[in-house]
Structure formats: structure tokens, C-alpha cells
Design a protein around this ligand. Structure first.
Ligand SMILES: Nc1ncnc2c1ncn2[C@@H]1O[C@H](COP(=O)(O)OP(=O)(O)OP(=O)(O)O)[C@@H](O)[C@H]1O
Ligand SMILES: [Mg+2]
Length: 247
């Protein structure tokens, strides 16, 4: 479970806020989608959860303990993350990149290899063709998928996924969403998933948190947001979708 209370982040000493007084809870096993336009604070929020960014105010609890009081290494081990700028290690092969978390945990080489290859298949990068490549030899969308495989490899309890399928075409996105749902069913992970894509949000999110200019506009199921938008921004966001549904 992830609990945010009164969370704020300013990068300029309080003149502007990337995230402003934001509170929400992500339940055990829940997939919470953060939906919002560019610059609304989604990445900032996600990075505060695993302490890549320090909050200006407010608290974050993961599994009942304030993240600032947790050992940062074990915190990050309990949270798999795939970020927008994928950040693969350029001098390591695809397989080594996926297996890095397992290596840090002392998993034997044969087991690492088996697991990494299994995950590459899951994200539709056949190990035979991709395992030995280096990141520079991948397309943007392929690198993103390696990032997702890496996030899943160490079987973390929680997952933070920042537009993990952003660079992909709709067909590939759809099949990766299906793969993610399968993982979710098997392992009951708590997931925070960032997207710009309304359809992706509705497809994956148990609940959707709509962000706008650093604030939480509304939090609820897709149905609630569509039927009872709490703010003009949410209403506008879903209007097109509602019109499409009406045909
Ligand atoms: N390191 C930084 N220093 C200063 N300002 C920053 C920094 N990182 C982000 N910001 C600002 O904070 C705001 C929120 O940025 P953030 O990256 O969280 O948005 P986002 O919702 O993830 O956007 P996108 O959908 O484009 O990825 C933006 O106005 C951005 O310019
Ligand atoms: Mg972002």
C-alpha cells in the first residue's frame, strides 16, 4: 500500500509547484493510473515515491512506513520502476540489463538468464534475437520494453511505470497491456501507471487519478469520472470519450 499525504514539490523554492498538496492512497494490489497533460506533475510524483526526488512538503508511506525512514536501497528493491527516459545501461546487453536487479540480489547466473529470457518473451522481444544486443541497437519502443522487463525482473512488490508504452504503436501497446494484466493477476502487484492516453487509463486502471497543474483534480473509477466529473477539466478530458461512446 502506498499513501501520499499533503505532498508538494517545488523546484524553485516555492514560486511554482510541480505537485501541490496532493493526497491519495493506492491500495494493495490496485492499479492506479495517473492521467494528466504534459507538465502536470506525474513524473515528479512517481519519482518522489522511490526517493529519486525529495518532496518539499508532505509524507509518503510505503507499506506503513515513511519512505524517508526506510533504507533507500531496500526501498528501491521493493519497487520496480520503468521511467520515461528508459535509462538502460549502454555497456550491458539487453539480457544483462533485464537481469541487473537479480544480480544485485545474488541470484545465480543460470537462473538470471532463464528469468531474463522469459521476461523478454513476455514483452515480445524474442530472446534469441534480442538478448545479446546492446541498447544502442534497439528502437525506442524496444528499449522501452526492455525497461519494463527490467522493472518486473526482481519481482518487486510495487511497480511504478511512467508511460512505459509511450513510444509504441497501438497494436503493440494493446498486447503489452494484456501481458501486464497477466503479470498483475499472477503476482497481485500494487501499480502506479502514468499515461496520457485515456483509453489506456480506462483499460488498465482500477482507479484513475486525474492531475492538472500539479493538483489532483479527481480520483475515481473510469465510470465515476465519466458519469460524475468533479471539475470542468475532468469533464473536458472525458467529453470526447463520452461523445465517441454515444457514436
Ligand atoms: N528537475 C526539474 N527542475 C525544474 N523544474 C522541473 C524539473 N523536473 C520537472 N520540472 C517541472 O515540473 C513540472 C512537472 O513536470 P513533470 O515531469 O512531473 O510532468 P509530467 O506530468 O511528467 O509531464 P510529461 O507528461 O510531459 O512527462 C513541469 O512544469 C516541469 O517543467
Ligand atoms: Mg513525465
Amino acid at each position: 500500500m502506498i499513501v501520499l499525504r499533503g505532498l508538494s514539490k517545488s523546484y524553485d523554492g516555492g514560486k511554482h509547484f510541480a505537485v501541490r498538496d496532493l493526497s491519495l492512497e493506492v491500495a494493495e494490489g490496485e492499479t492506479l493510473v495517473l492521467l494528466g497533460s504534459s507538465g502536470s506533475g506525474k513524473t515528479t510524483l512517481l519519482k518522489m515515491i522511490n526517493r529519486l526526488i525529495e518532496p518539499s512538503a508532505g509524507t509518503i508511506e510505503v507499506d506503513g512506513t515513511d519512505v524517508l525512514r526506510q533504507d533507500v536501497v531496500s526501498l528501491r528493491r521493493s519497487i520496480g520502476y520503468a521511467f520515461q527516459q528508459v535509462g538502460l545501461f549502454p555497456h550491458m546487453t539487453v539480457e544483462e540489463n533485464v537481469a541487473i536487479g537479480l544480480r544485485l540480489r545474488g541470484v545465480p547466473a543460470a537462473e538470471r538468464r532463464r528469468r531474463a529470457r522469459e521476461l523478454l518473451e513476455l514483452v515480445e522481444l524474442p530472446a534469441q534475437a534480442y538478448a545479446e544486443r546492446f541498447p544502442a541497437e534497439l528502437s525506442g519502443g524496444q528499449a522501452q520494453r526492455v525497461g519494463v522487463a527490467r522493472a518486473l525482473a526482481a519481482e518487486p512488490k510495487h511497480l511504478l511505470l511512467d508511460e512505459p508504452f509511450g513510444a509504441l504503436d497501438e497494436v503493440t501497446r494493446e498486447s503489452l497491456r494484456a501481458a501486464l494484466k497477466k503479470v498483475r493477476e499472477q503476482l497481485r502487484k500494487t501499480i502506479v501507471f502514468v499515461t496520457h492516453d485515456l483509453f489506456e487509463a480506462l483499460d488498465l486502471g482500477d482507479r484513475i487519478a486525474v492531475m492538472h497543474e500539479g493538483r489532483l483534480e479527481q480520483l475515481g473509477s473510469g465510470e465515476e469520472l465519466i458519469k460524475r466529473p468533479a471539475t470542468p477539466f475532468v469533464e473536458r478530458l472525458f467529453r470526447k470519450h463520452v461523445e465517441l461512446l454515444k457514436g
